[in-house]
Design a protein around this ligand. Structure first.
Ligand SMILES: Cc1cc2nc3c(=O)[nH]c(=O)nc-3n(C[C@H](O)[C@H](O)[C@H](O)COP(=O)(O)OP(=O)(O)OC[C@H]3O[C@@H](n4cnc5c(N)ncnc54)[C@H](O)[C@@H]3O)c2cc1C
Length: 409
């Protein structure tokens, strides 16, 4: 048996470990274009911030591949898959045969269109190497521009602010974290970011960059100009699947998977940020590009690849994040379409800066937003993922005093 895994991020690692638990002898080859041993991607912003050194990012021991009996092929890119021959092509020349293949290639930063993108000191923030490059520029940088108000944009802006730079954030939508939070929570977050010294401009974006070799200013689409010594682009991600044959493996936004993490091609599986499976709250397929889903999907893929059929329940988009003095928890459908059978219950307490919103569809909780007082959030998320019917008073659930028993009454 030869298992080949494309990607040595957390989905690939979780799959490899699950395979090894069930198959002591099978050959496992892991191919990754990064050279580091597996590391915790969400924490790279802590290195930018200076809170931890880069060597604290690793998520497995240095001898991980050796102890697991895995053959690593690192610093090499997969550029094609031949599902008829059951081979993977690496670096344009080497063919690696597989019996079972996992595509766990994660996501790439969403590119932007703007003039002057070839200037120096314009970065994406997806990899350790990119953060290393950013750190080189910091000593000479005074002003940073961050494009995008999502999770990555926020983490970059926070890190640069902690390094003492003047940071401007450009957000195309009306408020930050618009993919995770609703308008009310977004408004609270916006106020907090500005209160803490970030210059946040909403409803705008950069159309060009100017400078002589290195970036010195951004031109905004409303005609404004913003000076900057470095730029970080954090406008979301797209599944990394340029090497996947579309005519043989079904792709929507991500690689379409079933509940066993199988793709439409025989013996080919996908997991993590590259995969699109059913979303339990939306009841449709969705790419939930978050760490805990990559772990779960990777494990499920590995178990199924090793021959034990196990079915997943589907994914749930959720995030827990601290933004300066605010704790935010969001999950599922936070801004439901109007008149589409959703019931929304919400309460905002300005004096304590707390906000709660629960979204129901019939007797099912399908969305939650909590700003501060997020302790009960885990219960809401678990009720959503387990699709437990909720019959209790919905207004009662908005109270911070509700308890789990009440939820299931
Ligand atoms: C700055 C930042 C902050 C984040 N914060 C959070 C957070 O707070 N909470 C959260 O839940 N999630 C967060 N995420 C998202 C989280 O990191 C991802 O969901 C998770 O890493 C996905 O794991 P993965 O294994 O699917 O993909 P990845 O971690 O992207 O790993 C895939 C690997 O495959 C490699 N690869 C891609 N194409 C090829 C190819 N053709 N050949 C060989 N190798 C290839 C990639 O280089 C990469 O090493 C954050 C991400 C970033 C960048």
């Amino acid at each position: 048996m030869a298992y080949v895994i494309i990607g040595n991020g957390v989905a690939g690692v979780s799959a490899a470990e699950s395979i090894r638990q069930l198959d002591r002898d099978g050959r496992i080859v892991m191919i990754g274009d990064e050279t580091e041993i597996p590391y915790c991607r969400p924490m790279i912003s802590l290195v930018l911030e200076g809170a931890i050194p880069a060597d604290r990012l690793t998520m497995r021991a240095d001898n991980f591949y050796e102890t697991m009996g895995i053959e690593p092929v690192l610093g090499r890119r997969v550029d094609a898959i031949d599902v008829a021959q059951k081979t993977v092509r690496v670096g344009g020349d080497t063919e690696i045969p597989y019996t079972k293949l996992l595509i766990a290639s994660g996501a790439d930063p969403r590119p932007i269109t703007a003039d002057g993108l070839n200037l120096k000191n314009i970065f994406f923030m997806r990899t350790q190497a990119q953060v290393r490059d950013m750190l080189q520029v910091l000593p000479d940088a005074r002003r940073a521009l961050v494009l995008g108000g999502g999770l990555v944009g926020f983490k970059a802006a926070y890190g640069l602010l902690r390094r003492g730079l003047n940071v401007t954030m450009l957000i195309r939508s009306g408020y930050p974290l618009s993919m995770q939070a609703d308008e009310t929570a977004g408004g609270i977050i916006l106020q907090e970011l500005r209160r803490k010294g970030l210059d946040v401009k909403v409803g705008t974006e950069a159309v060009a960059f100017g400078g002589n070799g290195a970036v010195r200013e951004a031109h905004l689409f409303d005609g404004d100009r913003t000076p900057c010594d470095m730029v970080v682009i954090g406008k979301g991600v797209l599944p990394a699947l340029s090497f996947v044959p579309r005519e043989r493996i079904e792709i929507d936004l991500g690689i379409v998977i079933d509940r066993h993490m199988r793709t439409s091609a025989e013996d080919v599986y996908a997991a993590g940020d590259v995969a699109e499976g059913v979303d339990v709250a939306r009841k449709t397929r969705w790419v939930n590009a978050i760490w805990p889903e990559a772990v779960t999907q990777g494990r499920l893929a590995g178990i199924n690849m090793a021959g034990r059929p196990v079915s997943g329940e589907g994914s749930l988009g959720r995030n827990v994040i601290r933004i300066f003095d605010l704790d935010i928890l969001t999950g599922g459908v936070v801004t439901p379409p109007d008149n589409d059978g959703y019931d929304v219950f919400q309460t905002f307490d300005g004096s304590r800066n707390t906000y709660r919103k629960l979204v129901f569809q019939g007797d099912r909780l399908v969305g939650v937003v909590l700003v501060n007082d997020i302790e009960q959030g885990g219960v809401f998320l678990s009720v959503m993922s387990s699709k437990t019917p909720v019959t209790a008073s919905r207004e009662g659930l908005l109270s911070r005093k509700f308890n789990y028993k009440q939820l299931l009454k």
